[in-house]
Design a binder for this molecule. Structure first.
Ligand code: CS2
Length: 490
């Protein structure tokens, strides 16, 4: 038996499995989500599901994959239902029905545009990752970005999320339909402001009136999202299908902890998210900084340092005493104190709880997954802390060790001819120093990449020296010996 609308009643017989309690078939679509990957399906879709379970509403989701057809084709076989497996001290299963439709923009652009332009669509949410914003180093839309160049020439058949948003807002303006709210759910600092910048810059290229109309009428709240969501493995499919008694080809696994903090900058209606745990506040920035600087900075540090030491998962590397001490010290001495946390957050306790979350044995979170896109992620997770610490006369030694681990991770991948998942992979491959042993030259070559490091850090001798020192220490050891380098810093 496959998971399907028809078979839900059989699944629901097992009372420990939560199933949709609203009238799913008669629920209309009110949200279009660009990028319906695992994180969206484990996080925003679940809040929306829980809000509909509580108080209904036409908040069904149309997921739009920009390129890949996998989500659409897999979920279509099960009426877009899937199971969320919460794997933690307590294990729970919930069948999610909020996703009502999945479209693939590269094949169905007209349908996507229709959905986005429909009066019933009140909200557009996005998880398109850092690179999907197509911003340049100056924080403005990169007009040379190939997707943007394409979209400005082919307005009605865009390929970027930015192109779709602007084109459909333009259509709504022409049709006299109120605009939707645009809510970024990416793990990006000031995500709403960044998205607004990209959208307005793009609209400006097409039609100044439209750009002004968007500026005045469209809300782009900032938001912080959090829940550790490793990718689905074959065993997840087996365990979930066995437990719910129906074959689910694409369940999602995540930890129990989940948080969504949204800026209270909204026009019109929304699901009853505030009744199911979403926090609406005027201080999202404090939450964003706390999360990116504690959880994500420590995650990326573990990803690179742990991979160099031969570990595979977050659980394994955090269980190692030296690495545990290293990230605890990094959090306490260099991260906490680099920013002003929100009033309601006990930041020391928050940091300790995050490290405990890494020690969840039920979740196999691969370091290699977190290591993707370092050039984009570290700009938000590590570099702002370094800059703030420099300004505040605070230490940066452990942060530089974290960066040096990334340098070494890239150098080793190039030497071993392993694939680097990063939009700048080709730029790294073209740096001849990276396969050599001149540590200072390697550090300089990295620091000279302005799109990552700007032009301030390369001029800072403290940072340069600490990076050289860290990379030298990493290279003076065999892979087993990385613990020793970390130990010396603890
Ligand atoms: C991780 C995040 O893959 C990564 O880079 O650091 O996805 C992390 O698991 C989430 O931000 C947790 O909310």
């Amino acid at each position: 038996m496959n998971l399907s609308q028809e078979n839900l009643k059989h699944v629901a017989r097992n009372q420990s499995i939560v199933t949709p309690s609203y009238d799913r078939e008669n629920t209309q679509i009110g949200i279009v989500h660009l990028g319906p990957g695992a994180f969206h399906r484990a996080h925003q879709a679940v809040y929306t599901e829980n809000a509909m379970n509580l108080s209904g509403g036409d908040w069904g989701i149309c997921g739009v994959s920009l390129r890949s057809a996998t989500a659409r084709d897999t979920l279509a076989k099960q009426d877009n239902l899937y199971t969320l497996a919460i794997l933690d001290k307590n294990i729970h299963y919930q069948v999610i029905g909020a996703m009502k439709e999945v479209l693939v923009a590269s094949e169905q652009s007209e349908q996507v545009m229709e959905r986005l332009s429909a009066e019933t669509t009140k909200l557009v949410t996005l998880t398109i990752t850092e690179k999907g914003y197509c911003l340049g180093a100056d924080g403005c839309l990169d007009l040379q970005h190939p997707d943007i160049v394409h979209d400005l020439k082919n307005r009605s058949e865009p390929i970027s999320a930015i192109g779709y948003i602007v084109q459909s807002l333009g259509q709504r303006k022409i049709n006299g339909v109120a605009p939707f709210n645009v809510l970024s759910c990416d793990n990006v600092a000031n995500n709403g402001d960044k998205l607004k910048r990209a959208v307005i810059d793009y609209a400006d290229q097409l039609d100044e009136d439209l750009a002004t109309w968007i500026k005045v009428n469209v809300a782009f709240p900032n938001a912080m999202v959090d829940s550790i969501t490793p990718k689905t493995e074959d065993y997840t499919v087996d365990v979930v299908s066995k437990t719910i008694g129906a074959k689910d080809e694409w369940p999602i696994q995540r930890e129990e902890f989940t948080q969504w903090v949204i800026e209270d900058n909204w026009q019109g209606s929304r699901p009853d998210w505030h009744k199911v745990g979403v926090i609406f506040t005027s201080d999202v920035e404090g939450f964003e900084k706390a999360k990116l600087r504690l959880l994500n900075c420590l995650h990326s540090t573990l990803a690179y340092a742990g991979s160099l030491a031969g570990f595979e998962t977050v659980f394994e590397v955090t269980s190692d005493d030296t690495f545990f001490q290293f990230i605890s010290k990094l959090a306490e001495e260099e991260v906490i104190g680099s920013f002003i946390p929100p009033k309601e957050l006990d930041v020391k306790k928050y940091g300790q709880e995050i490290i405990q979350r890494f020690l969840n044995p039920e979740i196999r979170h691969l370091l290699s997954q977190i290591a993707w896109d370092g050039s984009q992620k570290l700009q938000m997770r590590v570099l702002p802390i370094i800059r703030d610490n420099l300004a505040l006369n605070r230490p940066t030694k452990l942060l530089c060790m974290s960066l040096a681990c990334w340098f070494e991770f890239i150098c080793r991948a190039i030497k071993n001819k392993e694939e680097i998942v990063d939009p700048l992979a080709n730029d790294f491959a073209s740096l001849s120093t990276l396969i050599e042993n001149d540590v200072a030259a390697i550090v300089d070559d990295f620091l000279n990449i302005e799109s990552i490091f700007g032009n301030d850090l390369k001029k800072n001798t403290t940072i340069r020296n600490q990076l050289i020192e860290s990379l030298t220490a990493l290279r003076a050891t065999t892979s087993q010996g990385i613990n020793h380098v970390m130990e010396k810093l603890c």
